[in-house]
Design a protein. Structure first.
Length: 251
């Protein structure tokens, strides 16, 4: 049976399952997309080596078993939504296994199980049931995806503010999240977009060349710009009838 994985995530994700020859990838969705990308996953045969057998010439038995597509889907979605920093049930990439089946319920109200596999017996959901589950899952994952984007952005922003030299270690997912949701910060800009950096003569930290005061120590570092801005303030006060001669200049 074919299982489906849906994604509204802003980054491309991949998962390798070499044991049964599987490589899975979902591309990032475009900014503003409302329809998710869909990945189809079919059942796979897992090949593995069993125990040594008598009379086999010292060779191990070649074993194989069937892995259901739904189990594979849950496995890789768990990797994409549960195994990363900052991820939680309410904060993770907007990726989910599409629900297309419902458990068979016995007369006692308990799900029925297959006697051989002990798996819960499932039936194909009706179109109405699928529509309801789709709306529920999409809304829940969109909210979790936005929470995750905010977490990535705030974590990256804290890293940059702690030490701008760490900008090279900000993960691509954080940059993708910022672009996808229009979140702005110095580290989200390209080198061409960034203002030139100079050293504050007082605290020796790097500041934007256009800064009038150092954001770190609050000292005036561009006296020409500072005087120009103060003159503009005085002209604005004069226009409002304020006696600027008696008004002290703010440092």
């Amino acid at each position: 049976m074919i299982a489906h994985v849906a994604s509204l995530h802003f980054s491309t994700v991949t998962a390798a399952r070499e044991l049964y020859g599987g490589y899975y990838e979902i591309a990032a969705v475009a900014k503003g997309a409302t329809d998710p990308s869909i990945l189809e996953i079919t059942d796979k045969v897992q090949h593995w080596e069993g125990p040594y057998q008598l009379g086999s010439g010292g060779k191990r038995a070649r074993m194989r078993s069937l892995i259901f597509g739904e189990d594979i889907a849950r496995d890789i979605v768990a990797q994409w939504t549960q195994n990363g920093l900052g991820m939680s049930p309410d904060c993770h990439p907007a990726i989910w296994v599409v629900r297309e089946t419902m458990p068979e319920i016995g007369e006692n109200g308990i799900p029925l199980r297959d006697e051989a596999t002990e798996r819960v017996k499932m039936r194909v959901a009706t179109d109405e049931e699928k529509a309801v589950m789709w709306v529920e899952d999409k809304a829940q994952n969109v909210a979790a995806g936005r929470n995750y984007a905010d977490w990535l952005f705030l974590d990256a922003d804290a890293t940059y503010k702690r030490d701008p030299r760490l900008v090279q270690f900000i993960p691509k997912q954080a940059r993708d999240a910022a672009r996808f949701f229009g979140l702005d910060a110095t580290w989200t800009k390209t080198a061409a977009e960034l203002p030139k950096q100079v050293v504050c003569q007082y605290c020796k930290k790097m500041v934007d060349e256009t800064a009038i005061k150092c954001p770190h120590c609050s000292e005036v570092i561009n006296y020409a710009r500072y005087a120009e801005e103060e003159w503009k303030k005085q002209q604005a006060l004069k226009a409002r009838g304020v006696d600027v001669e008696r008004r002290p200049v703010r440092a």
